[in-house]
Design a protein. Structure first.
Length: 292
């Protein structure tokens, strides 16, 4: 087996795995804080890609500015999702789950009305000519993913562990009743969590957009894989979601090359199920957190 080819397959798997990791982190953060599985997460991933497309292609902003504006505008959508879901939270968690599913359908149809059903091309910011490192060829977009995504993950970790707001969000996630009694505004923490989770989905969507066509149905496939990655790593554990996404991406790339691209998803999910048979709570799983 050629070592250069093996490294190239590994890098490709890590690139797509980082996309799954970002989506999985959004799922895990929202679940850990609110006990909620956001079924609209895939649609928000898609909206983030379209927002990046609008700022970069339609309005012709430089990519760094278009990227930031696309992420911030999608985070704003996530922030206001809490106001929509808040009345449902007073009834039952099941109504919130159904609410996120309904919102996902609404987002998909709004995107269909605004941008149409035909896929749109997102030009690669660094071009499409592969970069040669010896006998290893790397796509420029993969390099961009390797640069941007880890920086954002580290920034988020520092924000959650060092900032006053991040500590308040962690406290609300750990014990909502005590956090509320200490004066932490729980609804605002929920809104911030949904905003950050949506921002992570938007980062993934914009970074993945040059690899895939931007379309109204692009979110569901990535959302399922990001969800599976979060489960594999340990649902509710953002670091576990990162590891799970990377594992999922590597397995997918390796099985596509060594076996067949037809079965790459089947093999990836089969490995996930096999791991969960021995580690039902995931690789870095923690005891289930019950929310009130």
């Amino acid at each position: 087996m050629n070592i250069g080819l093996t490294i190239q397959i590994l890098l490709g798997g890590l690139g797509i795995g980082i996309i799954y990791s970002l989506v999985g982190m959004g799922y895990s953060m929202i679940y850990r804080s609110m006990g909620l599985i956001n079924f609209a997460h895939g649609s928000i991933f898609m909206i983030g890609a379209y927002m990046g497309l609008v700022f970069y292609v339609t309005l012709k902003f430089p990519f760094p500015i278009a990227f930031c504006l696309g992420v911030l505008s999608t985070a704003a959508i996530g922030f206001f999702l809490e106001r929509i879901l808040r009345p449902l939270s007073r009834i039952d968690l099941m109504f919130m789950l159904i609410g996120t599913l309904a919102l996902g359908i609404v987002f998909d149809n709004l995107a269909l009305i605004i941008w149409g059903a035909e896929g749109l091309q997102f030009p690669a910011p660094l071009g499409e000519k592969p970069v040669s490192l010896g006998n290893i060829m790397i796509e420029p977009q993969t390099i961009l993913i390797f640069i941007i995504a880890p920086l954002i993950m580290v920034f988020l970790q520092v924000f959650m562990s060092r900032s006053k707001t991040g500590k308040a969000m962690r406290a609300a996630a750990q014990d909502r009743e005590t956090a509320g009694a200490m004066g932490i505004p729980l609804n605002r923490m929920n809104a911030l969590t949904l905003a950050i989770g949506s921002a992570m989905a938007a980062v993934a969507g914009i970074l993945a957009a040059p690899i895939f066509l931007v379309s109204t149905n692009m979110g569901w496939s990535v959302a399922i894989k990001g969800f599976a990655a979060a489960i594999l790593g340990g649902f509710g554990n953002p670091i576990g979601a990162v590891i799970g996404g990377l594992i999922f991406g590597i397995i997918e790339a390796a099985s596509a090359f060594f076996i067949s691209s037809t079965y790459k998803y089947t093999i990836s999910f089969a490995v996930t199920i096999a791991v969960l048979m021995f580690k039902p709570m995931g690789i870095f799983g923690e005891p289930t957190i019950e929310k009130m």
